[in-house]
Design a binder for this molecule. Structure first.
Ligand SMILES: NC(=O)c1ccc[n+]([C@@H]2O[C@H](COP(=O)([O-])OP(=O)(O)OC[C@H]3O[C@@H](n4cnc5c(N)ncnc54)[C@H](O)[C@@H]3O)[C@@H](O)[C@H]2O)c1
Length: 475
């Protein structure tokens, strides 16, 4: 492995990197952990040699970094480029440190000289851009930081990639750019309009606009990937699955936002790594690909599953009735018998206020990716069991002290994570009349598409997101 750092950056005491806190001390925990990668393998591409993966010390990207480094040791050199933000860990890739084809570069995507230095120093021909502020909850309070990293950072990367003439720029976006999807709506194709509802999703949609503009104006060879939620080992415990697994492992109750009814689709990280590997090798430049799981579950049903897997509440317990989280069941707890009547459940599941706006659900159609040969291999049950076990063994030590991030709405100040002190209740908060909500930006009010180019075959090979007209506010 080679280790590099941005030219203008002071080198810190630990590990040769800036930032002398415990997250980055090498106390050897990674040696105890299983080596986790995806399963796909393709014939290497002749025009790909040096791949830069931004955000490589974060959750999803570290899976791809490990996967590509170890699956293609003689074909590809992998450069993990990461700022080492509060949610990252070098433990995520330390297992690669003795690999000749792996390099870690500590740099910030919002710093043009660091980005350019990395691209030129390692003769990068392919970029996977994962680095982002990724936690929706934080984006309500620190939205400038999200715009800075996710929009400006993407702009810096695009401009630098243009300068050096990369051959592939794979931009990692999210299903959240589509906004909320109603229970009875069809799964969204890549040609659907973008209608983000929170600052995080808006920053990701804005980044996509820049990617598209560089593709059009400068013929930058780009692909956009919109994935639904990914979960699994190596995810900083600020997101629901690792946070709840860690809380329950501590035998502490979990705290749901609102009434716990929003659903999400979850994809195991190994399947996500396979999706990115497939898109690298088989994806077409200029296209958008959804990455979608068939496992959809409400937050409250997810709690029940975790409680069952961790043997805290018997999995066969008849309450809740939400084993698969199907939308028809999602309203059980606020229409019928509330889960809080189940004393066991209410001992372990508490509630606090909801996000300012919480999309009820997302739903993308991944047919286009499946046509490239990708399949989801890990179901939620299997993936959750593996995840819970990993957090039981490593969750308390992987990132140092995680106590503060386990609160319902932690706050991040610079590199520091602070606990909140939100009121917690035994009963669901802020029941919503979903029927009244409609789905703004899809078919109703709010953000609408203009002049076509949203549905259908798209324009100029960009598969439906023309981008020329932008969005237009409906009166
Ligand atoms: N986690 C999900 O469920 C999910 C779903 C869909 C899309 N995504 C997207 O996938 C990508 C990765 O998400 P994740 O959950 O793995 O994120 P993460 O928060 O675990 O990791 C983000 C990484 O980016 C790095 N980073 C942040 N700002 C940086 C900067 N300015 N310069 C360099 N590095 C920086 C961090 O240090 C961290 O290692 C993001 O773009 C996110 O929007 C995530």
């Amino acid at each position: 492995m080679t280790i590099s750092s941005g030219a203008t950056s002071p080198i810190g005491a630990t590990d040769g990197f800036r930032r002398g806190n415990s997250f980055f001390e090498d106390y050897g925990i990674w040696k105890e952990a299983p080596l986790l990668i995806g399963t796909t393998q393709f014939d290497p591409l002749p025009d790909v040699k040096n791949i830069m993966i931004t955000g490589g010390a974060g959750f999803i990207a570290c899976w791809l970094v490990r996967h590509l480094t170890l699956t293609y040791p003689h074909a590809y050199n992998i450069v993990s480029f990461d700022k080492l933000d509060y949610c990252s860990s070098l433990n995520n890739t330390r297992i690669l440190n003795d690999r000749r084809n792996f390099t870690f570069y500590q740099g910030d995507v919002t710093n043009p000289s660091e980005v350019l230095d990395c691209l030129e120093r390692y003769n990068i021909d392919t970029v996977f851009h994962f680095a982002a502020q990724s936690h929706v909850d934080l984006s309500f309070g620190n939205s400038y930081g999200f715009t800075h990293t996710n929009v400006y950072g993407t702009h810096v990367l695009l401009e630098s990639a243009k300068k050096v003439g990369v051959r592939r720029f794979i931009h990692v976006s999210t299903d959240e750019v589509y906004g909320e999807v109603k229970d009875d709506d069809d799964d969204l194709l890549e040609s659907s309009i973008l209608a983000p509802t929170n600052p995080y999703a808006a920053s990701k949609a804005a980044a996509e606009m820049l990617v598209h503009s560089y593709q059009k104006s400068f013929k930058l060879p780009a692909i956009i990937v919109r994935s639904n939620n990914v979960y699994g080992p190596h995810q900083y415990p600020e997101k629901i699955i690792p946070k709840f697994a860690c809380l329950l492992a501590r035998r502490k109750p979990v705290v749901l936002h609102g009434d716990g009814s929003p659903t999400r689709r979850y994809l195991y990280a190994a399947d996500a790594a396979d999706a990115f590997d497939t898109i690298l090798h088989r994806g077409q430049l200029g296209q958008v690909y959804n990455v979608g799981s068939h496992d959809e579950i409400s937050n409250i049903a997810l709690c029940r599953k975790l409680l069952g897997i961790m043997n805290i509440i018997p999995e066969t317990d008849g309450h809740m009735g939400e084993q698969n989280g199907s939308s028809s069941n999602n309203n059980n707890h606020h229409n019928g018998t509330p889960p809080t009547t189940d004393s066991l459940f209410s001992r372990w599941v508490k509630y606090t206020h909801d996000r300012p706006f919480n999309d009820h659900r997302y739903a993308v159609d991944a047919t286009k990716l499946k046509q490239l040969g990708w399949v989801q291999k890990t179901g939620l049950e299997t993936g959750l069991r593996a995840t819970v076990e990993w957090y039981r063994l490593f969750g308390e030590r992987w990132w140092g002290d995680i106590s503060k991030v386990l609160s319902p709405f932690p706050v991040v100040a610079g590199m520091e994570v602070l606990s909140d002190s939100e009121p917690v209740s035994d009963t669901p908060q802020g029941p919503e009349v979903r029927a009244e909500r409609g789905v703004e930006g899809k078919k109703g009010k709010g953000v609408v598409a203009v002049e076509g180019g949203r549905k259908g075959n798209g324009v100029n090979g960009w598969n439906g997101w023309d981008g020329r007209n932008g969005f237009e506010e409906e009166d």
